[in-house]
Design a protein around this ligand. Structure first.
Ligand code: ADP
Ligand code: MG
Length: 699
């Protein structure tokens, strides 16, 4: 019986070096981890292809052939080439690495089962780094379907190859017991879906008798992953709603009412009203509010945040609004201060650049309770920041904040945790949101303020650059401003910065001073310089802002009507959507111009086309998930969305739905999992909760 918790390096034949590589490649640290790394395909050993029948379009092939010749070639003898034949034709095998392991295995006339992915170069087919199994070898595995595991070159080179791994798995699969992999799905569910038992599914994944068996085992394990994910989120949500006490915001008072009656600058949209009501009900319930507020760019989240703050302040509590960038914190501060000025509310800003003297003063007033609303950046979670009575925390653009930072803010409230509202402008596809934030309450502002003209999105090739500049001229002439955004990624930073410089020079010629002024902002600048340049643009001292993606999030400049995105195909969809959201904030026509070269990748085309066709953030998020996979969607990376081993929210939607339904039914009927049929589930979940003390769901 293998010890599942045993560190992998102590397994015979592994040792510290391979263990390190396994950890790096697959985050595998224990025997149990390795067992749960399933094969991603199987080779059918009876399905041997004749060499003459292999086509350049084939991918993976299995041949049975004898070595006719082999040699080290290349200037430094760095390449091992072998020719093999099965009588129908010849095939070339090539190794660039691990030669000292392979070469001793080869002998002229020796026959192998050879498995590999074909490579076509100059119409010639070869098999680079194929897997060899000697037909006569004693340790050949008898199963017909041979599991193929993900691996890496360093692992192979270190001797952790397919053969070794298969041997390891075979001996473990023979000796694991149901006590080690206890069943957690209720029997009725297993019967209903005709699933194999958990331990059988694990064995069958590694060594299936046939493909149908492998598929059933896989379906069960996928279901299980979704089911456990959903059940545990539902239980955490129930627990929080019933047990984690929160401050009671029992009344709507002076500030909220006065603001609503006399100072609201516009009629709230129905969606805004609904969300404010949800927050009011939650925060009056006596339990902690923990709500995710999703709203597309420009949907008006700020006013919702402010009105939620007023409820807290009316009940005698302090509020903290936290933004990920200094510029955003300042923007919130300015717009909120302007809105609440007539109420005489005490609002302050705390960021990394707050001067020491001011800071000392501010911290004193915060601790005495004089400051009612604090707006800031990460600076607000530092230890010297002490509130008298923190009741509500609002976090803007949550994906920029790490888990620990959120937890730190939590701890600033005593004796109870503060209510938490997390706002995000990155719409998340529904299933993804359910799997990541299933324990939170979610509010969606699914309506834009009225009177906005849809932004015109145009795709221009390089040849139409003059046309783009004419459009800019036209807009600047009527007093508008324009953004011109360049991509900047670390790997190509030097080239990207040169492009930015070139773009700036070009604009400088087309829009010369003194008539036009241009600001430049990029990630390499000092914070203070960035700030200065941004401010010049905000104050309309400059007409054009040339920038890298630093302006992506949240900056509100209603007078800007043109967003030019250079090399638009290099941006991700949600990024493009965010950038476009920087314009179209006033009532006039705005434009988003996507500049690209002529040649676009298939994905690039889809992104550009999607941008032209829709401005709905949720639709865009769905397409983004199709293109990039659920693991890469912004707003969820830090939240454990990669906890799935086999399950994929994109390709297994039906199973997700079934697992969600099943979990919902069980937890509704038996919220504490006390019924005998749910014993396995209860034990499984309580072990799991104990194992990973879960800070990630803290809002
Ligand atoms: P976001 O959700 O992107 O943070 P903001 O809160 O910055 O959006 O709001 C975008 C713009 O829309 C702001 O200029 C704001 O004043 C305006 N706005 C918000 N709500 C309404 C409304 N109900 N009617 C008209 N304008 C509104
Ligand atoms: Mg905002």
């Amino acid at each position: 019986m293998p010890d599942l918790d045993q560190p992998i390096e102590y397994v015979k034949g592994i040792g510290p070096r391979k263990a390190e590589l396994l950890k790096k490649a697959f985050s595998v640290t224990t025997v149990g981890d390795l067992i749960l790394q399933y094969p991603f395909r199987y080779i059918d050993k009876t399905n041997i292809t004749l060499i003459k029948n292999i086509k350049p379009t084939d991918e993976w092939v299995l041949i049975k052939a004898k070595v006719t010749n082999f040699d080290l070639i290349g200037s430094s003898k760095g390449r091992l080439v072998a020719f093999v034949t099965d009588g129908s034709g010849f095939m070339e095998l090539v190794w660039f690495q691990g030669i000292k392991w392979i070469q001793p295995m080869l002998a002229i006339g020796k026959e192998f089962l050879i498995y590999g992915k074909i490579n076509v170069f100059n119409n010639k087919i070869s098999l680079p780094h194929p897997e060899l199994e000697s037909n006569t070898s004693q340790d050949a595995i008898s199963e017909v379907l041979m599991p193929i595991y993900s691996t890496t070159d360093p692992l192979n080179r270190a001797g952790f190859d397919m053969k070794f791994r298969r041997g390891l798995m075979e001996s473990w699969m023979k000796s694991i017991t149901p006590y080690q992999f206890p069943e957690m799905l209720p029997e009725a569910l297993i019967n209903h879906y005709k699933f194999p038992a958990r331990i059988d599914a694990i064995r069958q994944m590694h060594f299936p008798k046939n493909l149908a068996e492998a598929t059933r085992a896989k379906d069960r394990l996928i279901f299980e992953e979704f089911f456990i994910n959903q059940a545990s989120l539902m239980i955490q949500k129930l627990y929080r709603k019933n047990n984690i006490k929160g401050y009671v915001f029992g009344q709507i008072g002076h500030y909220f009412n006065t603001f609503y009656k006399d100072h609201l600058p516009f009629e709230l949209t129905n969606a805004q009203k609904r969300v404010i009501k949800e927050i009011r009900i939650d925060s009056g319930s006596g339990f902690q509010l923990n709500r995710l507020l999703q709203g597309d760019v420009g949907s008006g989240k700020t006013i919702v945040a402010l009105m939620a703050s007023l409820i807290a302040i009316d009940n005698g509590y302090q509020v903290c609004i936290m933004a990920p960038l200094e510029i955003l914190a300042q923007q919130h501060f300015r717009s909120i201060k302007k809105l609440v000025e007539p109420l005489g509310l005490k609002v302050e800003l705390l960021t990394g650049s707050t001067k020491k003297k001011e800071r000392v003063e501010l911290l004193k007033r915060l601790e005495s309770g004089d400051i009612q609303l604090l707006i800031g950046t990460h600076a607000v979670i530092e230890p010297p920041v002490i509130f008298k009575q923190l009741g509500l925390v609002i976090i803007d653009e949550q994906h920029r904040f790490g888990v620990e930072q959120r937890a730190a803010l939590w701890r600033k409230a005593t004796p109870l945790p503060p209510h938490v509202i997390v706002m995000t402008a990155t719409p998340i596809p529904r299933t993804l949101a359910m799997s990541v934030y299933g324990d939170l309450d979610v509010s969606v502002i699914d309506e834009l303020p009225p009177g906005r003209k849809p932004i015109k999105t145009l795709h221009f090739h390089e040849m139409k650059r003059t046309e783009m500049e004419m459009l800019m001229h036209r807009e600047l002439a009527i007093g508008r401003q324009a953004f011109v955004v360049f991509p900047l990624i670390e790997e190509s930073e030097k080239v990207d910065l040169e492009n930015l410089q070139m773009g700036y020079d070009r604009l400088f010629i087309s829009f010369p001073p003194p008539k036009y002024q241009i600001s430049v902002v990029h990630g390499r600048m000092k914070a203070a310089d960035k700030e200065h340049e941004m401010q010049r643009f905000v104050k309309h001292q400059t007409n054009i802002l040339v920038a890298t993606t630093v302006i992506e999030v949240g900056v509100d400049i209603p007078n800007a009507s043109v967003m030019v995105i250079e090399n638009a195909d290099r941006f991700g969809l949600s990024q493009l959507h965010q950038l476009r959201g920087r314009v179209g904030r006033g009532a006039d026509q705005s434009y988003c111009i996507l500049m690209t070269g002529f040649k676009l990748s298939a994905d690039g085309k889809t992104r550009v086309k999607t941008m032209e066709e829709t401005d709905n953030g949720f639709t865009i998020a769905e397409v983004d998930m199709q293109l990039r996979g659920p693991g890469n969607i912004e707003g969820t990376q830090q939240s454990g969305s990669n906890e799935f081993q086999l399950a994929n929210l994109l390709t297994h939607q039906a199973i997700f739905k079934a697992a969600n339904d099943a979990a919902m039914k069980i937890i509704t009927e038996d919220p504490k999992l006390e019924k005998p049929q749910n014993k396995g589930l209860r034990e499984f979940l309580s072990t799991r909760f104990r194992k990973n003390k879960d800070w990630s769901k803290i809002g």
